[in-house]
Design a protein around this ligand. Structure first.
Ligand SMILES: *Cc1c(COP(=O)(O)O)cnc(C)c1O
Length: 965
């Protein structure tokens, strides 16, 4: 063979990454086009996307750049960040992520590429991890019920406030008390939420609570300046006055401090970051949220509950809240959808790894070091603000400026709450040597203090910042899961065992419509554990985060170009939070132009449940716009409702392409109608994967959109979070984007309150989206969108004649997903969409989205990352299942004993001594050639949802429960 004679400049695989991100090869594309009878992808796209919204020409983006080149560039940006030792505290602390968890969970696609456990039979591993998290939270807080994470401590506080108002039937006021030593970022978010819920915040010292005429109260435990309040009397008095109490508690502190549950708190919440999750310049981390038993039915977020499977064995699944928003719409308890599952799992595993003893040692060390710091400082005549502490001290009457100078020289960050005050928070990572260095900084080098000397004296004098009456007396983490896996070998095997129970993208395509389960490339994931991104406190000074800021600016520029908007806010840390932030921006803008009265939000009946839930949180009144028989917005109804409400119309929330999987032809007109009637247009960008490079919401009428970076832009779903939901806005809304008390933003109104705890949301996962866009470039992104559309149309075509595709666009094509209607099959055979979903597990697949947006359907979104091989494998499984349904329909198989209603099949089924079913074991468990090769075994049989909802249990079941069954 002759050697390639191209010149050196051409001997490079410029397209290498895009060909790896995109599943179909050139030959695949040719075959799919042939099947679709389409001359080219261009022709298919022309048929699919309305001509009047098409982007002419290519996006103006750099790239594509190779994987190593992009990582080198990011490495350069990372190096511009300065990783100082952080004693800032204020809700975020350095922590040691155990290496066995870092490598086998955080850096492991078996964990991070899974989706929210909608199909529990193939998600028992992460459900157990989340149940551990809930058990840990319940134990440490002393509360009987906990959820499986919220987005951050500040938004959890807002959820707590809203929950108090809903649940408190005794006190009718619209006022909420907040202790004045609350974390400042929490107060910022509370202010935003309170404004649109119509609440007045009363901020004052804890002592003022007894006299406050409020429906609820939030107490920080310990306070931001380190003081530990004896909450017992305050809570009891409040209770006597009909006031509900919420305690924001430090999880590590609770190891030593009396648990709020034992003091009568109604709600306890906080951040679990310091349980092994890097600070990451703000996130992602899991907030925890626990309540009294009385509140269990109105808990926001997802709750993992114990139910049983069809063999009567314990089986886990998400409890009733799962589909809450889709059912209750604007009456939903909250808009939380994506939460922080991966991070909750990590925090739970941190507790599994350390157990109660390990946590006691860590907490005791942190506390001892803080005590020694206090002793040394007071000995040198430095006054402390409080005489109680767990891990945080506030020095008073000191020369802040000099201390700051010395600290910066030594690459140390402290908290500077006021002139003359310095705050210091110690952490798991603080050592005795660090303490010596802190003395040098806080006192000056001639202090002559010895840490070991101080330690001896402290022990002799029984010195502590936690008075005896405030100490924890109860046990915690007594469940065997927190005792058995203490050696690394045991821990490794436990993590692997759980991972092996779950189906993730490492096994098969996950065709969940509206969820965009595309490739999360390894290169994209590499930077998130670099210390220069991971170990940065969200409130580190600006000059230490220039690399972060540059990366965020570049990503914002990419996203403005991709969406056609003028400005981006990275603050919202989920899609639903983006919706809320966008609607709030609209309301702020309308208030600023004297249109306060505009509060009607039009929402099509097909909308995702978070849309009406977010509108309700922004104090808007939802008016539903109907869809026509083709699934499109009924323009006549829209016109009628928009003009009926023209004096009070605030906005419309449209999803595009619609949740019905179609590019509606009249989107421009729909936007125009709303504008003509004085409203703003919110485009839900969850389906941006069908638009990137082909059309832009900012061009066809959108004023604001959120983007789900965890859908379109490759942040992995983590089994239910993390996510990022930045919003793009037109220039007139830009001043009304969220600002942040700790990180003021240029060009944004100073009184535009925050929506998240950190100014850039979950900043540490932004490099993933940055890398994706950089490595794809404009052409690669466009090709990805085209292939997403091609793949969806191919699936629709291959399944034609077997299943009905419910909605199609004007020219007979679908967008990037398609809805398969199972209702006719159910009518004819009794086999439901759920039976099909469970039977798919036997074939090795995760089901498509079930019963959203239309009950009785399955919505398939293949994404561009799946190859023709995999698409065919999925379609063949679906067709085989259709044939099986035919056998039920014809009466050949019994309606109640067939492989569909008895799916999924487990190893236990095969091991039954008696096999009395009217089909073979082989047909049950090995229905296709592919699964004979590689089988993902469902860990349990079909889970009984109703039983679990009637008997809500969200703690780890005793080991005997498994044995008895
Ligand atoms: C996923 C999704 C959302 C919600 O996003 P989260 O990040 O889960 O909060 C909103 N709308 C649509 C159409 C979605 O698919």
């Amino acid at each position: 063979m002759s050697i390639d004679t191209r010149p050196l400049t051409e001997l490079a695989n410029h397209d290498d990454f895009l060909q790896r991100h995109n599943g179909p090869s050139r030959q695949d594309v040719a075959r799919m086009l042939e099947a679709l009878d389409a001359p080219s992808i261009g022709a298919l796209v022309d048929k699919t996307i309305p001509d009047d919204i098409r982007l002419r020409g290519e996006l103006n983006l750099d790239g594509p750049r190779g994987e190593s080149e992009s990582l080198d560039y990011l490495r350069g940006l990372a190096r511009q960040n300065k990783v100082f030792k952080s004693y800032i505290g204020q809700g975020y602390h350095p922590t040691h992520l155990p290496a066995v968890i870092q490598r086998n969970v955080l850096e492991n696609p078996g964990w991070y590429t899974a989706y929210t456990p909608y199909q529990p039979e193939i998600a028992q591993g992460r459900l157990e991890g989340l149940l551990n998290f809930q058990q840990m939270v319940m134990d440490l807080t002393g509360m009987p019920i906990a959820n499986a994470s919220l987005l951050d401590e500040a938004t959890a506080a807002a959820e707590a406030m809203a929950l108090c108002r809903r649940a408190n039937k005794k006190h009718k006021s619209e006022r909420f008390f907040v202790a004045d030593d609350v974390l400042p970022q929490t107060l910022d978010v509370l202010r935003t939420r309170a404004a649109y819920l119509g609440f007045e915040l009363i901020v004052g010292p804890l002592e003022a609570l007894a006299e406050a005429d409020v429906f609820g109260a939030l107490l920080q435990y310990p306070g931001v300046s380190g003081e530990i309040h004896p909450l017992e009397t305050a809570i009891a008095t409040a209770k006597g006055n009909g006031v509900m109490t919420c305690v924001a508690a430090d999880l590590l502190g609770l190891v030593l401090l009396k648990e709020p549950g034992a003091m009568g708190a109604d709600i306890v919440f906080g951040n679990s970051q310091r349980f092994g999750v890097p600070m990451g310049y703000g996130g992602p981390h899991a907030a925890y949220f626990a309540t009294s038993d009385a509140l269990k039915r109105s808990l926001p977020g997802r709750v993992i509950g114990v139910s049983k499977d069809s063999r009567g064995r314990p089986a886990l699944r998400m409890a009733m809240q799962t589909r809450e928003q889709h059912i209750r719409r604007e009456k939903a308890t909250s808009n939380i959808c994506t939460a922080q599952a991966l991070l909750a799992n990590i925090a739970g595993f941190y507790a599994v790894y350390h157990g109660a003893e390990g946590l006691r040692t860590i907490a005791a060390r942190v506390h001892r070091l803080t005590t020694l710091l206090a002793d040394g400082l007071t000995r040198q005549g430095i006054a402390l603000k409080h005489d109680t502490w767990f891990d945080t001290l506030t020095l008073v009457g000191v020369d802040t400026h000099r201390i700051q100078g010395r600290a910066l020289t030594r690459e140390i960050n402290l908290r500077y709450p006021a002139d003359g005050e310095v705050g210091v928070s110690l952490s798991e990572t603080t050592t005795a040597a660090d303490l010596g260095e802190l003395f040098d900084v806080l006192i000056g080098e001639e202090h002559g203090l010895s840490v070991s000397e101080l330690d001896r004296e402290a022990l002799a004098g029984d010195s502590s910042g936690i008075p005896t009456a405030y100490r924890r007396a109860s046990e915690f983490l007594t469940h065997p899961n927190f005792q058995r896996f203490r050696s690394e070998t045991e821990m490794l095997r436990y993590l692997k065992r759980l991972e092996n129970r779950d189906l993730s993208l490492t096994h098969a395509m996950i065709p969940l419509g509206s969820c965009t389960m595309k490739l999360n490339a390894t290169s994209e994931m590499i930077p998130i554990t670099w210390p220069e991104f991971a170990s940065i406190h969200p409130f580190a000074p600006n000059d230490q985060v220039t690399g972060y800021r540059q990366m965020i600016t570049e990503l914002s520029d990419f996203l403005t170009e991709i969406t056609g908007y003028d400005s981006i806010s990275m603050q919202p840390n989920s899609g639903a939070q983006g919706e809320y932030a966008g609607l709030v921006a609209i309301r702020r803008y309308q208030a600023a132009v004297g249109q306060d009265e505009r509060d009607i939000c039009l929402i099509p009946s097909s909308a995702h449940g978070t849309n009406p839930a977010s509108a309700a949180m922004a104090q808007m009144k939802v008016v539903v716009v109907e869809c026509d028989r083709e699934g499109n917005i009924d323009i006549a109804d829209l016109q009628a409702k928009a003009s009926q409400h023209r004096d009070t119309l605030s906005a419309i929330m449209l999803t595009y392409p619609s949740t019905h999987g179609v590019f509606e032809a009249n989107i421009r007109q729909a936007c125009q109608i709303v504008h003509d009637n004085g409203g703003q247009v919110y485009i839900d960008g969850a389906n941006m994967n069908a638009q990137v490079g082909l059309c832009r919401p900012g061009d066809y009428g959108g004023d604001v959109s959120h983007l789900n970076l965890h859908k379109t832009f490759c942040i992995p779903h983590g089994g239910g979070g993390p996510g990022m939901g930045p919003i793009g806005v037109k220039a007139h809304l830009a001043p009304h984007l969220p600002n942040h008390v700790m990180t003021p933003q240029d060009g944004i109104e100073p009184d535009s309150g925050a929506v998240s705890a950190a100014a850039y949301g979950s900043a540490s996962i932004l490099p993933i989206s940055w890398a994706y866009i950089k490595m794809m470039g404009a052409r690669g992104l466009r090709e990805a969108t085209e292939l997403a559309i091609l793949n969806a149309n191919y699936v629709a075509k291959r399944l034609e004649g077997h299943f009905d595709v419910l909605y199609r666009g004007a020219n007979g094509t679908v967008a990037h997903e398609c809805i398969l209607d199972m209702r006719p099959l159910k009518a004819a055979s009794g086999i439901s969409e759920e039976d099909i979903a469970k039977r798919l597990m036997d074939y090795g697949f995760h089901a498509p989205t079930m019963s959203f947006p239309v009950a009785g359907t399955l919505m398939v979104e293949p994404t561009e990352s799946e190859s023709l091989y995999e698409l065919d494998r999925f379609c063949e499984a679906m067709i085989a299942i259709r044939r099986e349904i035919g056998r039920v329909e014809s009466g050949e198989w019994d309606k109640t004993a067939n492989p569909l209603v008895m799916a999924p099949h487990t190893m236990s089924d095969l091991m039954d001594a008696e096999w009395s079913r009217p089909y073979s074991r082989e047909l049950g468990a090995f229905p296709s050639e592919a699964v004979r090769d590689a089988k993902v075994w469902p860990a349990v049989n079909r889970v009984d949802n109703v039983f679990g909802d009637r008997n809500l249990i969200c703690s780890c079941p005793p080991i005997d429960a498994y044995r008895d069954a």
